[in-house]
Structure formats: C-alpha cells, structure tokens
Design a protein around this ligand. Structure first.
Ligand code: AHG
Ligand code: MN
Ligand code: MN
Length: 337
C-alpha cells in the first residue's frame, strides 16, 4: 500500500531508492540494513526497560528468585547474531563479544557475499545511569570464494574496503545513522509505526569544531606531546576559538554522534599502560572512521588513517583521533612533535 504520508521515508524505502539510482547496484545492501535495523529495534525495546529489569526479569516475566538476568550486551549480541544468521545476505559475523568469528555454514549462507562486524552494545557502563548507548556495525564484501563458509581473511580487511557502516544510538530518541559512499543519512525511530524514518539527510561533520572529547583523567599516563596538545585545547586564543569546550560521555557512539552533528574532536589515545589505546579497530574505530570520512571528517591513529590500518587480529586495538578536519589535523601536528 502506498504510504499516505509521503514526507516520511523509511530506511527501507530510502535504501531501495538509493539502489535504483545505480543500475549496477543490487538490493543486497538494503536487505542487510533492514535486518540490522530489525535487530536494533529488538535491542531498543530491551534498552528502554533496562531500569525495570530487576522487577520484570530479562524476558519481561515477573522475576523468579534466583533467575539469572541476561546482561544487555549479551542480549544485543544474541539478537544480532540470530537475525543475521537468518538473513539471506550474510555469510558470517565477527563481534566484540565473541572470541572468534562465526561462519554460517548452511547451504544458503555459504553463497552469501557479505560479512558483518559489530559492537552490539557500546557504552555499557552507561546503562546504569540512563545515558545514551549504542550499536556499531560495518559490512564488507567477502574475499573468500563463494560456496564455502567464510574465513578469517574476510574479517581482516582494511577499513577502506567497507561497503557500508552505521550505528544506532539509543538516546532521547533512537536513531540509526547509515553511511555508504553515497553519503551519510540519519533515520529516527518513529515508535508508533516501528520504522526508522529519514530525519537527517546528507549529514556533514563540520570542518571546524570547538569541542574536544577525551578521558582527561588519564593525563598522567599520556606522553609529553599529547599533554602539550591538551594544553593547547585549554589555551586562551580567541582567534582560533580557543579554549575549546570539553565534553566526554564515555560512550563512543554518543560522543561521536555529537561530533558528527556539532563538530569536534574525539580521542582515545595510547598511554603508558595501553600501547594501542582501548578501542577496537574492527568493531569501533573502522566503522566510525568510515562514517566520519564519508561525512567529510578524518579518523586517524595519529600516524595514519584508521581505514588504512591492515588488521592482523580480530580484537586488535588502535589509538584514535577522529572528527572535524581542522581539529584532527591540529592534533596530529602537535602529537607528532
Ligand atoms: P564497550 O561498552 O563496547 O566496552 O565500549 C566502551 C568504550 C567506548 O564506548 C568509550 O568511548 C570508552 O569505552 C570509554 O572508556 P573510558 O571509560 O576508559 O574513558
Ligand atoms: Mn564499544
Ligand atoms: Mn560493547
């Protein structure tokens, strides 16, 4: 049936519309995105009642004594795996929550062309305080031959090979931001019809930002160049809009969502205890760098573009400096000494 309210465009309608613009494109990406969107609607429902979980129990039933509560990140992981296993386009997944990748070996999946990587629940320490959390994902075309289960090399591809990436933020409203080489678009969940509807068309990360975002409590562990850069962020220089404001939520999705909309610089650098920082290349840094680059910003390790890092293991970590072009460039200039 035709949508009577034509100014509402759903995520599914939008990706089908985008596909039609390109004669060589197929609908596979739309299908995958619809499946990921469906999983995130399940997760959203569970996130919304997170505060009630002790009363209702993990499955919505009245809590029986001794019943073990399912943790939200385990729930989110299970839902994504379940939905993608039944998707017609997904050959396998790798998740922050699983030690190894999963190759789906049924007759249909071995012929599927895509693999998906995700951080099912990002910012989990914020659940208890009702602050925004999210799901991060990216999609690659597999490089192993069709007809057999996918292999590790499908997952250890550079971020440059990403076909599409996105995140869902479970915030004051729930939103899905989706990036492909055609641009970045945001869809807000309209609860009355249960659909993600286009609300932020062609998103661009402002070239100049005035916000820096870092866990500044770690300063004692940072090297001298990074400390110099933090001094720069706090210095008085009106001509360069300094000092910049400091904002740090502690959920990468929430901090990056603000950075995408308002501009700014988000950092999770290396320190003397963690040579590669904290954040994961495959599930956090690559998808976010792809989204920010497609929106005109930069994602860097400080030495090279995140998307150019050759992954060597699934759970590899990398330092990250990401956001508005001017601010990331300034950070790189100072931290290189
Ligand atoms: P996750 O919840 O998936 O483990 O990710 C947590 C991450 C990320 O969301 C955030 O940017 C970072 O941890 C915050 O770390 P600190 O508490 O060390 O600042
Ligand atoms: Mn995370
Ligand atoms: Mn996580």
């Amino acid at each position: 049936m035709m949508n009577p309210n034509r100014h509402l465009m759903t995520l599914d309608e939008f990706t089908v519309y985008q596909t039609r613009q390109f004669s060589h494109a197929t609908g596979e990406m739309s299908t995958l995105l619809r499946d990921i969107g469906l999983a995130c609607k399940f997760i959203n429902k569970q996130v919304n009642k997170a505060g009630l979980v002790d009363i209702l129990g993990a499955h919505g039933a009245v809590n029986v004594q001794g019943e073990e509560q399912m943790k939200l990140d385990v729930f989110a992981n299970d839902v994504l795996i379940n939905v993608l296993q039944h998707s017609s386009e997904c050959a396998g997944i790798a998740s922050e929550e699983n030690d190894d990748f999963l190759a789906f070996d049924d007759d249909h999946s071995v012929n599927s062309k895509y693999v998906v990587m995700f951080d099912p629940l990002d910012g989990s320490s914020n659940i208890d305080v009702n602050a925004s959390i999210g799901t991060i994902f990216c999609i690659y075309k597999r490089v192993s031959p069709l007809g057999k289960p996918c292999t590790q090399e499908d997952f250890l591809q550079k971020g440059r090979n990403i076909m599409a990436a996105g995140y869902v933020i479970y915030g004051s409203s729930t939103m899905l931001v989706y990036a492909s080489r055609l641009g970045v678009n945001g869809f807000t969940l309209e609860p009355s019809i249960g659909e993600f509807c286009l609300s932020h068309r062609d998103m661009k990360c402002p070239e100049k930002g005035k916000i820096y975002s870092i866990n500044q409590g770690n300063t004692a562990k940072y090297d001298d160049n990074l400390k110099r850069f933090l001094d720069y962020c706090m210095s008085e220089d009106k001509a360069n809009s300094l000092p910049w404001s400091h904002r740090y939520i502690g959920s990468m999705v929430a901090d990056l969502h603000r950075t995408l909309i308002k501009g700014g610089l988000f950092m999770y650098p290396a320190d003397c205890k963690n040579a590669n920082g904290k954040l994961r290349l495959l599930y956090e840094c690559n998808p976010m760098s792809y989204i920010i680059e497609m929106a005109g910003g930069i994602g860097s390790t400080g030495q090279e573009a995140i998307l150019d890092v050759q992954p060597t293991e699934l759970h590899q970590r990398v330092p990250i400096f990401i956001g508005s072009k001017n601010q990331v460039e300034k950070a790189i200039e100072i931290i290189r000494g």
